[in-house]
Each structure stands twice: as structure tokens, then as C-alpha cells.
Design a protein around this ligand. Sequence first.
Ligand SMILES: O=P(O)(O)O[C@H]1O[C@H](CO)[C@@H](O)[C@H]1O
Ligand SMILES: [Mn+2]
Ligand SMILES: [Mn+2]
Length: 404
Amino acid sequence: MKRTIVLMMDSFGLGATEDAPKFGDTGANTFGSIAKACFEGRANEGREGPLKLPNLAKLGLANAAFESTGEWPAGFEREQAPSGAFGHAAELSSGKDTPSGHWEMAGVPVLFDWGYFEDKQNSFPKELTDRILERAGLDGYLGNCHSSGTVILEKLGEEHMKTGQPIFYTSVDSVFQIAAHEETFGLERLYELCAIAREELADYNIGRVIARPFVGADAKSFERTGNRKDLAVEPPSATVLDKLKDAGGEVISVGKIADIYANCGITKAVKASGLEKLFDTTLEQIKQAGDRSLVFTNFVDFDSHYGHRRDVPGYAKALEYFDDRLPELLALLGPEDLLIITADHGCDPTFPGSDHTREHVPVICTGAGLEPGSLGRRESFADMGQSIAKHFELEPMQYGTAFI
Ligand SMILES: O=P(O)(O)O[C@H]1O[C@H](CO)[C@@H](O)[C@H]1O
Ligand SMILES: [Mn+2]
Ligand SMILES: [Mn+2]
């Protein structure tokens, strides 16, 4: 029985890429910065001491980080007998966003430039927002700026509840985000508004419209819910998910994978929210998955709860939780199964601002007869897609070099 399991640790970068200066991300290092803060006793809320990731380290995570940056993450040393094949991958895609990272990993780098709303204030063209408001029957909106999604709720959430006007905001990513209260505005109404925005953005080349529902009574208690929904455009060509589906295989999405690929190449989508539920659901799906199936999970919390929030102890604790549960997953793998643990971009929680960081991503693999040891630097995340294609004996992808 041949299966592939992909664990996408959203935003878990392994250090700045060569082209990071172009993105203003010189020196960013998600893993390294978290390890350093933990080692120096600066991440002791809800956890303590140096970062402990014994299972990922055994697979070769720290070795891969060393190859990426030339430095050992604080508190980690060389794993002399790694059990996994490990490497680090640079990104070919023009952006450092979630769809680009995911699609490239699946063999389709984004070589065109996305549209962006570059102005930090008055970010959206009036003709665009006018059309959205008119079609949605709304008399106005709030925001119209770059912001962190939690900061903007503190600033504008109460006014939103009073006026009924949705909050439109963006970031350095190619996104149009709409925050609205689940109860006072309504979740379905928010989804409908996002669908309208998705249509109206057709000519703007924007990667995603994101619904950002929240609950709570006031600025102090607002919380975003698991009902976030990403409306992505379709990948520019067939990913390895499409190829596997077309060849009769199963592609099982856990969490927001289906959204990120705009449902292309997905045969089953299982929703789950929170690290624990995402992990539980992944294990359940692996237990049920048959021959020629891909179980693909996005662990979004690393990014949305900790990376963007610049929450170092939170990120460290989440990593330790993930690591702690890995043996349960490893125990479910058969001899022909391939496990890939990777990320889609960085989001160094010690870096200025609240945006993603251009970094190498880990390529940590085991199974499918892979020899333990270094896979070195990979020129593209697409090497993973190419390897998955080879594993399932599909037609080769246009991009990427297989490592199996
Ligand atoms: O700050 P929040 O709302 O989490 O938004 C972040 O999440 C979006 C999608 O990853 C990015 O564009 C970034 O703005
Ligand atoms: Mn992401
Ligand atoms: Mn993000």
C-alpha cells in the first residue's frame, strides 16, 4: 500500500533565503529565533527552557537548519544517526504567501506577480469597494489599510458592531480580508460578502479573499473563530494533487488545504480547527486511507496564532506539542508510505512587523525506501511535488527534481 502524508507546518521557516533581502527579510529565521529565545529563557510562558523537539531532531530537523544557515539552532546539536532524509528548500515563486508555497510544494511554482494592495492606508481603490458595497447592500465599510488581523479588531471591532459595517484590510500578501462579527453581522452573510468580493477582484489578480469571523462583546474579549474561510484563485496549472486525483487516487484534505487549492485535486475535505484537532483528524484519516492516497494537512495555528502574532512562547509550545505527537503518526506508516514534513514560508515571531518572512522551508522525509541522510539544498519546493509524482508513478511534473 502506497500513500503519502504531508504535514504542512504553516510558516515554520528554516532561515532566510538568498533572495530574502529583496523582501526586507534579511536575517529572518523562524526556527532559529524561537530556539534562541527559548535557550535564553525568553519564552517561559506556558512552557519552559530550551526548545525540545526530540522527534523532529531525530528525523534531521536541526541538521537541515544547520545546512540552511550555517549555525546550529540554540540548544540543538548534530543528530549523528538521523532516521529521516532531511533538507531545506528555497522558493522559486515570486511571493512568500500561503498559496504560492503550497502550490509550489505540489509542483506548480507561481512565476507571475500577484496583484497587491501596496498602500498602507487607503489601500483599496474606491471603484472596487463601491461595487462590493452596492452588490452586498451595505452603506459603508471600515479599515481600508494594512493591519494585523487581531490589532484591527481591537481598533475597529466595536465600531463594526455598532455600525454593521464590515472591516476590509490587507497585508503585504496578495489578500483582501474581511472581518465581521459572527453573531451581529452573521457568518453566512460574511461568506456571501466574501464571495462577492472574490468576483469583483477578478481583474486585480489577488490570490485570496479571506473571511475573518470573530466573536466577543468588546475590544478586550474579541476572538477570531475557526470559521475562517480562504477563497483562493485556482492554481495556474495542474498540481500533483490534480494528477493523483485524475489517475484515480485519493486526495484527502485536512484543515484549510482544500481552500488553498480552491478545491482543485481534492477528493475529500475534512475540516478541523486547532492544533490538537488537526493532529487527531490527520491520524484518523491516515488510519482510513487506502492505497494511492495523499493525506495532506495544513497546521495553520503556527502561522495565524503565533507567527503573525509575534508570540514566541506560543509558537514554541505549539512546536513542542506537534513534536510530542509525531510518534503516534510514525507508528501508522507502512513500509511503502512516504511522510513529508515541510512549510510554505517563514513567519519569524521575533521579526519586526507581523508579516511572513522569505525563508527556506524544511524538507523532512521518511519512508518509501528513502535512505536517511542529507537531501541538501533544494532549489525549489517543487522537488517535493516531483517526488510525490514519482512515488505514485505519475507523469513527471514540469518543475522540480525528485529526491526519491
Ligand atoms: O494578521 P492576520 O489577519 O492573521 O493576517 C495574516 O494572515 C493572512 C493570510 O496568511 C496574511 O495576509 C496576514 O495578513
Ligand atoms: Mn501560510
Ligand atoms: Mn500567514
